[in-house]
Ligand binder design. Structure first.
Ligand code: GLU
Length: 623
């Protein structure tokens, strides 16, 4: 139905336009009657109608009578339950109030056989038992605690509607009977006065709110207990799940089953005409319309929430088709580091690079998504020695995901030769803390952290080369002129001749050999140390394009003409180079044309090799 819906663009927000549409659609729905068993409630204007959506990041959409005051009534039970949980802990509250949907009306006088517990906190018996558990002896003490907390949820000072409170108190004998029954079954204990609890309960139900308040209160639950606008923690996250659970099973009384079937969101209604529904982690919906159906739920409220859920797939049992949590996976022979290596090392890595495997994760890491990652990694790491996990595109990680990944790494690193390398861990700070605080010392010391995949791959390549090709110290070797890449095929005489055109130059750590945009008029033969070719990014960070190691040339552009430098060249540690200036190269070209030809041929081969490597990687990454 939504596909065919073409809304006039009253506002720039499609969401706002949609709730405007719902308001127009149901404004003429006049079924149901206002509650009259509490006389004061019978005085309300029956056709008030407000709709409000509040997101967990504080965005509020509203239409209609969203600022119209009404009493919260039974909606208060969900929030009072949270206070009782914080005041007593879950076990003590469960001892007094069960969590079973009763299927009975909200004011039914029935208790669980044997234990005498009310079936759940959402029916009156449960709510009265709950308010009895809230700190405070006198009704005023209990109520003040409730009013303060409700005001935090709403983000503004709420108050008691005294007329409704007095009206409800005068006509509340059924609830008093429930309170004495709770005393009889020791749910309200011998030393406690059930009339204190019942008076606090009447006050709690008579707190004046509006539709906007309810949406924000619901969004606070959606936001793990923190008010999205004020940042005030109104309920400990561990109890939010308890509150939402009983709202989900019992919040709509004997409509609860059909509500879960049609709407599928934790919700709570009240005879004052309010409904609040919560989509955990995302938003809350509130509707205010006093006309109630025979079960005591707002008729328009049910209709609006049913449309919203159906049209926007909000039903909690709509499993979102999540994209794969593994964005990309490759080994180092498919995509190697930007460290330029000798032909021997390049050949070695083209064969052995598959022993280094990288996984780029994405999205929210929960049990279900991380289970997929772990399963694929366990399969993928057979025969490899280095596992790199990139968290750059991970949006969040929960404790279950932390445990799964840490457990995987503990298992993999039992072999001394296996290395786990993590990059962009700043995206998942909780996991970094988890490794340091909850994992073995062995793992927390063994896991390697890098800011970029490129450096992580380079480290793994170097470890692999040093294990199997040459000891680490050999990788730092000095490379004389005759073994330089640009000098392949030169005779001893030609090497001596070339030497006469060169200048020996040393650089210290952090020196900058040249900046992007400067005139390129020198070619460099790296003899010792290393240099990095980098570009500066908009965020001020540097991106490495290549690391040059002994034996390689860099800054070769002057060999083919005068251009500007296309990147910065920096020196991470002490290095030595031979330098061939443009002037010297031009003199060499005149005096030694054959030598020039060999140098240019070598340059073409080097550039072709780099192009081939880049094309291969691009082809792979574009899979
Ligand atoms: N205070 C009302 C009562 O106890 C609440 C009922 C409701 O909102 O469902 O009857």
């Amino acid at each position: 139905m939504l596909e065919s819906l073409r809304l006039s663009a009253q506002t720039s927000s499609p969401v706002q336009n949609y709730i405007n549409y719902l308001h127009d659609k149901y404004i003429n729905l006049k079924e149901g009657n206002v509650a009259d068993y509490i006389p004061e409630l019978a005085k309300v204007y029956p056709d008030w109608f407000g709709i409000c959506l509040a997101s967990v990041d504080g965005k509020i959409y509203e239409v209609g009578d969203t600022n119209q005051s009404f009493t919260i009534q039974s909606i208060s039970k969900a929030f009072a339950y949270g206070i009782a949980l914080e005041d007593n802990g879950l076990d003590k509250v469960i001892d007094k109030v069960s969590v079973e949907p009763s299927g009975d009306a909200f004011n039914s006088i029935s208790l669980e056989e044997g234990s005498g517990r009310p079936f759940n906190p959402m029916i009156n018996a449960g709510a009265i038992a709950v308010v009895n558990l809230i700190q405070g002896v006198t009704p005023e003490q209990k109520f003040n605690r409730i009013l303060e907390r409700f005001s935090q949820y709403a983000g503004r000072a709420l108050s008691l509607d005294r007329n409704v409170y007095e009206s409800e108190s005068k006509t509340g004998d059924r609830n008093r009977a429930i309170a004495w029954m709770l005393k009889n079954f020791n749910i309200i204990e011998a030393h406690q006065d059930p009339m204190n609890a019942i008076d606090a309960y009447f006050r709690q139900c008579s707190i004046a709110v509006n539709c906007r308040d309810l949406a924000l209160m619901g969004a606070t639950l959606a936001n793990s207990g923190t008010n999205p606008l004020t940042g005030q923690v109104c309920l400990e996250p561990k109890y939010v799940t308890n509150v939402l659970s009983v709202m989900g099973t019992s919040g709509m009384y004997n409509y609860a089953g059909e509500w879960v079937f049609r709407v599928g969101l934790p919700a709570k209604s009240g005879v004052g005409g309010g409904i609040v529904a919560v989509l955990p982690g995302r938003l809350a919906i509130s509707v205010f319309s006093p006309r109630l159906d025979k079960l005591g739920n707002s008729v328009r409220g049910i209709a609006v929430c049913s449309d919203l859920s159906a049209n926007f797939d909000l039903h909690l049992f709509n499993a979102p088709t999540s994209t794969s949590p593994i964005r990309l996976s490759h080994n180092a022979s498919q995509v190697s580091s930007s460290r330029l290596r000798s032909p021997i090392e390049v050949d070695f890595l083209s064969k052995q690079g598959q022993r280094i495997r990288l996984y780029e994760l994405q999205g929210n890491l929960t049990f279900s998504t991380t289970e997929i990652c772990v399963r694929e990694i366990v399969e993928g790491v057979k025969g490899i020695d280095f596992l790199i996990i990139d968290f750059k595109r991970v949006l969040g990680i929960d404790p279950a995901a932390c445990w799964l990944l840490a457990n995987l790494f503990e298992n993999l690193t039992e072999s001394d030769s296996f290395e786990v390398v993590l990059t962009h861990l700043d995206s998942v700070r909780p996991f970094e803390d988890y490794i340091q605080e909850k994992c073995s010392d062995r793992l927390s010391q063994k896991v390697k952290l890098f800011i970029e995949n490129d450096f992580a791959i380079e480290w793994c390549e170097t470890q692999l080369i040093s294990r199997e090709l040459s000891p680490l110290h050999l990788l730092e070797e000095f490379c004389p002129l005759q073994e330089q890449q640009l000098c392949v095929g030169l005779s001893e005489e030609e090497i001596r001749c070339l030497h006469s055109f060169l200048e020996l130059r040393s650089y210290s750590a952090d020196d900058v050999i040249c900046h992007k945009g400067e005139k390129a008029d020198e070619v460099f033969f790296l003899l010792k140390g290393e240099v990095m070719v980098v570009i500066s990014l908009q965020d001020g960070k540097q991106k490495r394009l290549a690391t040059i190691t002994p034996g390689m040339a860099f800054g070769e552009i002057p060999l083919v003409g005068i251009f500007e430098r296309t990147a910065d060249i920096i020196v991470p540690r002490h290095s030595e180079c031979y330098v061939l200036s443009k002037v010297q190269f031009e003199r060499l070209s005149v005096e030694q044309p054959a030598l020039k030809g060999k140098i240019l041929t070598n340059l073409c081969r080097i550039l072709f090799e780099r192009l081939r490597k880049a094309n291969k990687e691009i082809e792979f990454l574009c899979h």
